[in-house]
Design a protein around this ligand. Sequence first.
Ligand SMILES: *[C@@H]1O[C@H](CO)[C@@H](O)[C@H](O)[C@H]1NC(C)=O
Ligand SMILES: *[C@@H]1O[C@H](CO)[C@@H](O)[C@H](O)[C@H]1NC(C)=O
Ligand SMILES: *[C@@H]1O[C@H](CO)[C@@H](O)[C@H](O)[C@H]1NC(C)=O
Length: 399
Amino acid sequence: MTVLPRLLFVLLVLQLNAISAFSTQASQPWGRRIFHHHPCNNPQQRTFSSLPLNVMTTGDGTSSSVYESIFNFTDIQENAVSKFERIDDAIMGGISLSSIRQLEGEDFARWSGVCRTDGGGFCGTRTMPFEEPLKVGANVDGFYILCRFTSDDEPQRRVWKMTTRTESSRGEQLYQAMFEIPPSEKDDEMEWMQITIPFDSFAQVRGPRLVEGAPSLNVTGGLYQIGVTLSKFQIGTNVTELPNFRAGYFELQIKEIGVYNKEVLSTETETPLLETEVVKTLSLEEANKKRPILLKILSPVTNVLFSEKARRRQSANRILRKRGLSRWQIFKYAFQNRVERKGLTGAILESAKVAIQDSFRLLLGLTLRVLVFLPFVLTLRAIQLISGFLSKATKTKQA
Ligand SMILES: *[C@@H]1O[C@H](CO)[C@@H](O)[C@H](O)[C@H]1NC(C)=O
Ligand SMILES: *[C@@H]1O[C@H](CO)[C@@H](O)[C@H](O)[C@H]1NC(C)=O
Ligand SMILES: *[C@@H]1O[C@H](CO)[C@@H](O)[C@H](O)[C@H]1NC(C)=O
């Protein structure tokens, strides 16, 4: 893909979907926060109280922490995973791929995938838009996630982020906080960890960058989205990569995502943390209907122009070329693969389809470049020139 249409695509998505462009200047890392966690495999630590069904408390006699789940994957019947969708770097030109699912007979969700740094470097899962804002009580201190990291023993070589929104649109305004998943000890690999992420650790971000001077997170009006991200980027004033980031396969198992109140005195009357009992989310079709009209109109074009499949193919091509294979060898290899999967006719048809799509993409890219991007750049230049000229003129007048 040529650089210009790609840039145009990024600009478009950014404007409409509010994820900012990444550039890769190295810079000062933002302070990483370490949050305490309570290992919580001991059932005595979490005891039921007289609170509503989905509430748990921990603590000694005089005060305790209260946890109330928003998404509880323990009961597979609730099908909480259906309320989530993927938000991988594919939206900005990357090729990472992740999914959240729940297997029959398991009392947790598995969020897993392959994070690749080629063109991006993050994987995410987020809720579909909520039908109604999720109202949290004034007594809530933040989010918690009850999870365990099972794919390897290096969770610290990824940047983990919790994401939320306080506006109904999936527009610009996005809040994020980093959290740490401690590596599990060898002998208690399967231990669930309850990680708390206080609201006051959240900051408004655009892509991996902090928005300077933005208001802090105010949850009074309710929440509209919750998400979890694995990234190679730390949150910072400038784009900051985690040194030593571990790309590749990951799996995070999640039992609950919810809110907590750090310290409730046992003398206090217990007020629920959430006003909403069950969060209803829009279905994929409903969410698509609600997309900005421009995005809807452009989506058939952008789908072909920026097809994720095509990017994967290109990335595979690049890797094979680096290993010294010629274009012809790569084509033969791909063709044989297709023959094995689909038979000779199927392989010919698919190769033809790919060739047509690729040419179409090339043509469309060139057209866009000439018709849209060039005028755009020229207009910008013109504005700069004119405003420069005007300010010069004023200065001359003043002098
Ligand atoms: C961020 O980048 C800008 C421009 O590259 C630089 O001037 C600034 O000092 C950097 N800030 C930090 C905190 O590193
Ligand atoms: C999650 O659901 C399970 C089973 O329904 C329940 O035992 C547990 O208490 C719930 N968690 C919370 C925090 O309410
Ligand atoms: C938070 O938002 C509410 C309105 O939704 C407002 O009344 C309140 O003052 C805000 N709090 C802060 C600290 O800005």
